[in-house]
Design a protein around this ligand. Structure first.
Ligand SMILES: [Zn+2]
Length: 95
């Protein structure tokens, strides 16, 4: 298997046989099935990324993103200066 069974999120890098193929640029956004657009993520990272993308947003750095969905959304909200993104995250620390 490609990527040596390692999750390609640099903040994760977990080694597992349970990897999923992720499209760096989502197919719906025009991404291709070519190797260069594909990489392996563990299921946790893949679901975080997919949930962000399902909201119509991209993670600022898809090579290095939080493994936690709430933190990922805070990061996107911060980068996009769009606090409405974090509305459904119960975290009083977000400013
Ligand atoms: Zn991972």
């Amino acid at each position: 298997m490609r990527d040596q069974f390692t999750c390609q999120n640099k903040r994760c890098n977990i080694v597992t046989t349970e990897l999923e193929i992720d499209h760096r640029l989502a197919v719906e956004a025009g991404g291709s099935d070519d190797d260069i657009n594909c990489r392996c993520l563990c299921s946790d990272c893949h679901s975080v990324k997919s949930r962000i993308e399902s909201k119509g947003h991209k993670l600022p750095d898809p090579e290095d993103f939080p493994t936690d969905y709430a933190e990922a959304r805070r990061l996107v909200a911060y980068q996009m200066s769009d606090p409405s993104l974090v509305d459904d995250i119960p975290d009083p620390e977000f400013d």
